[in-house]
Design a protein. Sequence first.
Length: 388
Amino acid sequence: METIEQNRTEGFERVFGAQPSLRVSAAGRINLIGEHVDYCGGKVFPASLNLNCTVYARPNGTDVINVYADDLDENAPLTIGKIADYKHIKWGKYQAGVAYVLQQKGVPLIGCDLYYSCTVPFGSGLSSSAAIEVATAVTLCELTDTPYDLKELAVLSQKAENEYCGVNCGIMDQFASAMGKKDKAILLDCKTLDYEYIPFELGGCELIVANCNKPHALVESKYNERRAEVEEALKKLQTVCKNVTCLAEITPEMFENAKHVLSGKIRDRAEHVVYECARVQEAAKALKAGDIERLASLINASHDSLSKLYEVTGREPDALAYLAREQEGCLGSRMIGAGFGGCTISIVKKECAEAFKAKVGAAYEKQIGYAASFYDTSIEDGVTVRRL
């Protein structure tokens, strides 16, 4: 760890000609269950990972925010007085968006040098964008000694992604990145932002994260199309289910009595959301009770619904999840994130973990034609801040 830290600080000095004075990190996340329900007002069940975005920073005495990525070796200078004008740049857009919403909120911005080093794989469904946004928001507040609330910064980071970057994401990713705690999962109500920490204990099992290595791109995918479909479903269901304000308020029983107003794909999309919301509640009960087999069966049902009803998985995530389930010691596996690529999570007995990775990896490469990646992950705090 010291070597990594030293390499990064030396990198900062090489790029900016000075030592950083601040280090901020924000985590990527997994979601145990509750996929594509956050923007429908549902509850989700994320946890923050040891994979994170780390920012090294210092004030530079100018009117420019320099954002540098160590993996891209690319710097984007963002002029504070023109911070609204960077929506179309390739690197630096997320940082510009966060700076813009903070500025609109009245947070003072100062010229600074920001060096980004991210271990969250891009396009993986582990939410590298939220980690970048939250880390940026905390850093910009810290540099001006502006008091901040992590929950509020999560909301502002989501606003930046929605309004500045054009990705119509829900609140889960930013919230998990900002509010995550070590060895805890967060049962989060995406409508009210009420939340509960639940101990993340899998007994004799461990959680294995695998990347199918087909990156997704949310803006270019069918993510926004799905959002439009569930909004249409809600309007039709509201003609029968009076007084509901979001799909998450519709129980499975209510849905069965009202689904006649829907048809085709619109009905499929709504059915996924309604039953996925119910699965989240059951999963929280199962984790609290230590019933890992029940939790795993719900995870399997979630993936099946994402694949068949919501149609956001695709060939690669399906292969990874279903090959995982064939292996000894695997209790459950599903795609996480927005889909169309990205990662799966699998609950696997500890004594079978290494054989599981080897066998799934070999079978996946044979079926798909290229390799998957497996990550050694742990559940850690979302945000850490250190003065240097």
